[in-house]
Design a protein around this ligand. Sequence first.
Ligand code: MN
Length: 253
Amino acid sequence: MRILVSNDDGISAVGIAVLEEIAKQFADDVYVVAPLTNMSAAGHSLTLKSPLRLLERDSRHFAVDGTPTDSVVMALRHVMPERPDFVLSGVNADSNLADDITYSGTVAAAMEASLFGIPAIALSQKISKDGSINWDIAREYAPVVLKMVMNNFKFGRGVLLNVNFPSGDTGSVKGIKITTQGTRAIDDHVIQSTDPRGDPYFWIGPAEYRNKEDHNDLSIDLGAVHNGYVSITPLSLNMTAVSQLRALEELFT
Ligand code: MN
């Protein structure tokens, strides 16, 4: 078994070392190819207007001075001599739920692998209220999820899995829920302040979830993680809104 590990928090992040450890429980051939710096919220962006540099740390660890998507492309097209059987992205420091999936570089790295036809899983660990991260939750539950998926799940075309681990004490996880993507329903806060030269600057600030309904529904990613369950959501790269096709067709025929 051959596994590629990537992320968006950067090659020096704690979470990617956690995921490498986990990957090695399943594969004897593990490559780590990831952004040189933290590229969180890079989404599925690809660097086209500047060159990419590849920094080889050793024969299995490579940093790319680009995005998560760049890293996966470099891994699959240049670094790895053979195709991996799985691509794992993460473990991200904090969850990737609901609409935040569209910003997520963690999910995007898995999306890119999926475009290459390789089964891919994004993994994220929710941060506790005090700002700490209990990686032991991911350490305990990622192998459970991966074992089941690797042995028994056939990835459909353009399908990837988005896995989120709840925060909390080790041993407090209530179980695993298969979920749908929720709705965040929020405006990002833009915070204005003044720099040392007196000029205004702006910072996109912390988001607040207003959609409390999704927080109580265990069949939705937000609700499952909020209530202490591991959430697994199958995501599709095909973004066609099938439910609206008919209405549009009727308008234009
Ligand atoms: Mn991140």
